[in-house]
Every structure is written in C-alpha cells, then in structure tokens.
Write a protein that binds this ligand. Structure first.
Ligand code: AMP
Length: 128
C-alpha cells in the first residue's frame, strides 16, 4: 500500500527541500542526494504511484503525458542530449538494485561516475 509519508511525497508537498530541475502540474524532477554520476536527477510524478508498473497501469493520460513532458524538459535542462542512462527500481527483491523509496521515479544519470557508484559496481562484481 502507498505510504503517504515517503520522502518523495514530502518533497512534492514542499515539507522537505530538494534541488529542483523542472516541475509542471503532474511531475517534478530534482537532484538525487547520493549521486551515482556527475548528473543524477530523479523524475517523479506528483500522483501517488508506488512503482513503475503501478504508474503505467493507473496514471491518467494527462498524468502520463505530463510525466514525459517533465522528463524531456529535464533532459533538455541538463543538456544530456542522448548520452545517459535511465532506470527504475521496483521492489525490495529487484535483482540489481532495490527500490528504497516507494513512490515511482526514474533515475536519469549522465557524466562521470562518482566514487559511490564505483564502490557499488565493485561490490556487485565481487558478489558470489
Ligand atoms: P531507489 O532506491 O530506486 O528507490 O532510489 C531512491 C533514490 O532517492 C536514491 O538514489 C536516494 O539517494 C534518493 N534520495 C533519498 N532521499 C532523497 C532526498 N531527500 N532528496 C533527493 N534524493 C533522495
């Protein structure tokens, strides 16, 4: 069940600060506090959707269009052109990365990897 007190819901309500990139009626993007690359931004719908499947299934056409508009404007604002990765984690048992905030978001990463990212990659390679 969707938890209204998750950290992104609080950011959307303006209860905690974020470094915003773009916002519209349906979505918002802001910098990740623990960047994996020089540029690491999260694109987040304002509606209450737990993960990507929930959003794809239930969001209205206006919410979906608004979300992708925010995504495009975010990529444009960051100047990432076509050189980036986008990913969404879903659930605690996802095979590569767990979801840790249960409000749907896309990670948009570009540029040089951070030491934090390199540590994660090393751990993954060493995992038996
Ligand atoms: P995920 O693990 O896919 O659910 O991603 C959640 C992301 O949210 C992580 O990359 C965190 O670093 C990031 N995060 C957690 N709290 C905040 C916050 N207050 N502001 C910005 N990013 C956050």
């Amino acid at each position: 069940m969707y938890d209204k007190d998750n950290v992104f819901a609080k950011i959307i309500r303006g209860e905690i600060p974020s470094k915003k990139v773009v916002e519209n009626e349906y979505a918002i993007s802001f910098y990740d506090v623990n960047p994996m690359c020089k540029t690491h931004v999260l694109v987040v719908p304002r509606g209450e959707y737990e993960n990507i499947l929930d959003f794809a299934r239930r969001a209205t056409p206006a919410e979906q269009t608004g979300f992708w508009d925010c995504f495009v404007k975010t990529a444009d604002a960051l100047g990432v052109k076509a050189e980036f990765n986008v990913f969404a984690n879903a659930g605690l048992a996802a095979p590569i990365f767990n979801q840790s905030v249960f409000h749907f978001h896309l990670h948009l990463i570009a540029g040089e990897k951070t030491p934090a990212c390199l540590d994660v990659m090393r751990e993954m390679l060493c995992e038996k």
